[in-house]
Design a protein around this ligand. Structure first.
Ligand code: ZN
Length: 103
């Protein structure tokens, strides 16, 4: 079967069957088609990856979308397959109360 490319918004995927295209597009859109900040609604967003060791020295990798205007962030969870991500909820650091709050 021929490879087909489908583009939707800022996401473009290639696959060989309609179901594979659909699933791939859905998966990528969930992660990459976030167009505006969950806080200020602006579009000045940046993907960031942080590596940080826990108290036992094990390194963890954190995937986040960060707003460059209001510093809100959208953390991504990682599926058990170790390959794919899913968005969690927008949060922002609340300086006054020294804690992270959901937006
Ligand atoms: Zn923002």
């Amino acid at each position: 079967m021929a490879k087909v490319t489908v583009r939707s918004g800022n996401v473009s995927v290639e696959a060989e069957s309609q179901k594979e295209l659909f699933e791939t597009l859905a998966s990528y859109q969930e992660v990459f088609a976030v167009a505006e900040c969950g806080g200020c609604k602006k579009t000045n967003l940046r993907f960031t990856v942080r590596r940080q060791a826990d108290t036992k020295g094990k390194e963890h990798t954190y995937f986040e979308l960060r707003c460059q205007d209001c510093y809100a962030k959208l953390p991504y969870g990682q599926h058990d397959n170790g390959q794919t991500l899913f968005p969690k909820k927008w949060t922002r650091w609340d300086k006054a109360n020294n804690q992270e709050v959901e937006l």
